[in-house]
Structure formats: structure tokens, C-alpha cells
Design a protein around this ligand. Sequence first.
Ligand code: NDP
Length: 284
Amino acid sequence: MDTVSLSGKELAAAINADTKDRAAALTGRGAAPRLALIVANDDPASAWYVNSLRKSAERLGIDCATVDLGADASADAIRQELAARGTDGATDAIMLQTPLPSGVTLDDVSSAIVATKDVDGVSPLSLGLLAAGLAGFVPATSEAVVELLKYHDIPLAGRHVVVVGRSNIVGKPLAQLLLAEDATVTVCHSRTADLAAVTVTADVVVAAAGRIGLVSGKHVRGGAVVVDVGTNEAPDGKIVGDVDAESVRGRAAGLSPVPGGVGPVTTALLMRHVVVAAENARRS
Ligand code: NDP
């Protein structure tokens, strides 16, 4: 079977074109959309990601301020900064970069991000709104998976989707979004007894575990679709996914590449959320 590559590049370009127009309209009315990126680490991969977000924002006409609190910032200091940005009229959108300082978890600080500016949907309020099926910002990576599948005309209603990974920023919100699309959803995790026995029953498998090569040919039913969310650094320094593409290719009907699949759509959706937050703020 030919395995179609579910590229995210064209979709990301279309989202970015719309975002750029909307950012220009806001700028034309007197204020460009403004994103605050809060950083509290000295991790090189995070620095690289922050830099690429800044460049994306710049290309789209979004003002981006980076606030570096240092790798030894306390949970209190991070919460204070997030709260201050929440009430700051010059900030439309807030993103907290991970990893956080040792001993500080996202759960310790995420509730300090006001939901109206929480463009990556990480606060408990945003996650609760999503679970209840109410309007709010949803985590961009989870949304990117659903948008990528829709863009490539993969039906979801009534189909069995198996999500591998149950984190609060990818697996769990993705399960909620898939339920909203009327998929039948199974969520697997590190304590799932026999992963392959579950994933082979899926019409769509989404790998979001952060484990190189976790999903291979034996995990995939012939003709199923596979989305690879993983972004892992291989020993040779290359970025690779969670899927062993070689063994899945020829078996799956479609497979998203890493890089070039979920990643660019995630960044594009984040930037769209920034513009939406700015539009909402100008209306209120
Ligand atoms: P986390 O480490 O927070 O969660 C990983 C999840 O995978 C956990 O639920 C864990 O189970 C599960 N898991 C780990 N090992 C196994 C296993 N052997 N079998 C089944 N399940 C397993 O990671 P994130 O959710 O933050 O990220 C997941 C991946 O997605 C990473 O590679 C990350 O880099 C990537 N990512 C990509 C983005 C993009 O834009 N493309 C954005 C965000 C993340 P348990 O709960 O039991 O521990």
C-alpha cells in the first residue's frame, strides 16, 4: 500500500496567510497583536524554540516580548509575572515556555495565566472549558492533530482513534477534541498492558509519548492512518518522532512526517490564537 505523507506545511502556510491579514488589520486599527513569552530555563532546545516562535511572530506582524526569569526562578516569581501580564493592557497573549526550573511544575503555576490570554490552553480553566465543550483556547498541538487530519480528509466521526500519551498538554486535550469530532477514543499510556493489541484496533493512531520508535509496523492495522506528534532528539542530534516510519510505511494509508507534520501546524495555530486573543481584547 502507498502511504501518503500527511504534510503540515501547506496547511500551516494557509493558516499563516490568514493570521498575517488579521494581524495587519489590527495594526491598521492602531495596535499590533502582542505576545509575551515567559521563559524560566537555560535549556538550548527551548532557546531554539523561543527563537523560532519570535521569528514566526515577526513574519506575521505580531509583537513578541520575551521575559527571561532565569533558570532558578521560584514558582512564586513565575506566578507573579504571569499574573502581571494578565492585567497588563499591553499584552494580548501569554505563553509559558517549558521546561520550568527544577522543582516547579506546570501545575504549580498555570492557574496564574488568565484564560483570555492563555493561547496554549494550559491553565486548569482552559482545560476545564475544553472538557466541558465550552469556548476557550485549546492546546495548539492537540488542535494541530485534528486540523491536520481534517485537512487531509481523514474522517473522524464514528472512527476509532487511539491516542498514545495522556499528558495535560497533548494526550488528554486531544482526546477531548476527538470526542467533539464524534470519534470513539481510546487513550494509552505507560501502564497500558499491551500497547500493540490496542493500537492495531485503531483506524487512526496518534503517537504522543516522546519515545523514539515506540509505534512500529506491528502497532498499525493495514490501511490505518498514523499521526506522529513526537519531537525527540536522536543520538545523532536529528529531530525524530515516536513512529518507526520505515516499518509503518507501506502498511499505513497515511503517516505524518517529523519534521514537517504536526509541528508547523502547531506554531501556526499558536500564532492564530494570539490574533484571536487580540481581536477579542479590542472588542471588549
Ligand atoms: P509527556 O512526557 O508529558 O507525556 C508522555 C506521555 O506518553 C505520558 O502520558 C506517558 O505515560 C506516555 N508514555 C511514555 N512512554 C510510554 C510507553 N512506552 N507506552 C505508552 N505510553 C507511554 O510528553 P508530552 O505530552 O509533553 O509530549 C509528547 C511528545 O510530543 C514529545 O515527544 C514532545 O516533544 C512532543 N510534542 C510535540 C509538539 C509539536 O508541536 N509537535 C508540541 C508538544 C509536544 P504516563 O502518563 O503513564 O507517564
